[in-house]
Design a protein around this ligand. Sequence first.
Ligand code: BES
Ligand code: MN
Ligand code: ZN
Length: 492
Amino acid sequence: MDTRILAGGFDSEECDVLVVLAPERAAGVELTGHAATFNRLSGGMLQDLYDSGEFSGKTSEVVLLHRPAGVKAKRVAIVGAGATAKFGSAEARRAAATVVRQLKTSTGTTCFAVDDAHSGFAGAFSEGAVTALWEQDFHKSTGRRENKLSSTRFVVSSATPDLETSLNAGRITAECQNFARDLVNEPGNLLPPRELVRRAKEMAEQLGLEIDVLDKDRMSQLGMGSLLGVAQGSAEPPFLIVLKYVPEKPAKTSDHLGLVGKGVTFDTGGISLKPADGMEKMKCDMAGGAAMLGTMRALAQLKPSIPVTAFVPTVENMPGSRAQRPGDIVRSLAGKTIEVLNTDAEGRLILIDAITYAKQQGCTHLVDAATLTGAIGVALGSVHAGAFTNNQEFLDKVIKASKAAGENLWPMPTDDDYRDQLKSAYADIANIGGRAGGACTAAVFLKEWVEDTPWVHLDIALTAYLDEAKPFCAKGATGFGVRTFVNLAMNW
Ligand code: BES
Ligand code: MN
Ligand code: ZN
């Protein structure tokens, strides 16, 4: 897909579809900008649409007009923008995604008429368009569904270098989000830990990132007993992927951002086996790790001014004759011992060794993303990911990045009182804390290893994967987190 900027009007634009945003109709709302221009050129077609009741301008409404008068475009797609006062980058992204998802099988060139008032959302428009092109159909023997959409243009009144930069950044970020989604949708047989490693290496080579992959021997020499305990039930060996971006012109700061992502390529639950129903979704249990790989892929191109290192512990959680047993006691890299009361609470066990390793590697700030608990879905559904921290200021910074990214985070508590639920009679800590507040006890478990390093943990168990498509998003992996982490690093 090609994004370009054409200065001037859109009436002479030859394209298959011209996209015009139109506001939600309410008392006193006057048409402005391109909506007003199109209405005038077409002899009042937009006004007719409102008057007929066929279109009210709510977000996710799309109406197609074939060969309207006054423009060269073969079709005009009128897209609801919602209330003007509420229109922001999230709305821009969704509007672009909604219309592209509807049009991509029937249209070649699409031209977005971007109002001056919306030029600050250029990046969001291009992100929406690129993420909307993605489908999870590459294992169909009939081949990938064809995207006819061959080019996307943005018509603005004046093309500035800033606008070009943000369109480009939006495209890159969205492509990397799609890269993460492709990893998440791969089933467990096609993407075991070694395949995740292969893809990370391939990417590092292509984009000039430093990569170090710790294998089982190195991890056991270091003493990562907690991570290795989870892996021991699988014939597939575990790895810790370390991907490093080093800026050419570093900023005057000693900050070093560490991104830790859960990389369980398939989670059966282990000996504490999960029920069969829906278990196939557990191929998504490396979504946090995939988000970190996608983020690094974007950062290698967008080049932030701070060093960023991703740590992706990757294992398969299987039952088997060598599998970890409930009641086993393991020793983590940091020296603390853990009683594994439930082998299905495996994410936290691999994350803590990666967190300790990240601190040893000099990271001053840590963000982790993990499909960690079903409990976060009980609390927040699939609308928000839970955001936990030991440092309010850092969380505020991450939330700010997430707002611009249109990814919803909701703050959750990590009070020390939750620690009581993790008491073990035989080891320093237990790996589960009962049903009550399950997402919080999981976060507090991680916090024990993070100690004083500013840290934010995102529990993305239900935001990483959609069971049903939305008008602006396909079913399956969402790539949640990539846009937030890219913004965080770029605006550091
Ligand atoms: N990978 C799961 C969490 C999950 C649930 C991800 C639903 C995506 C959708 C995690 O490893 C897990 O099994 N968590 C347990 C923890 C429990 C044993 C304390 C859970 O949520 O039931
Ligand atoms: Mn589990
Ligand atoms: Zn899991």
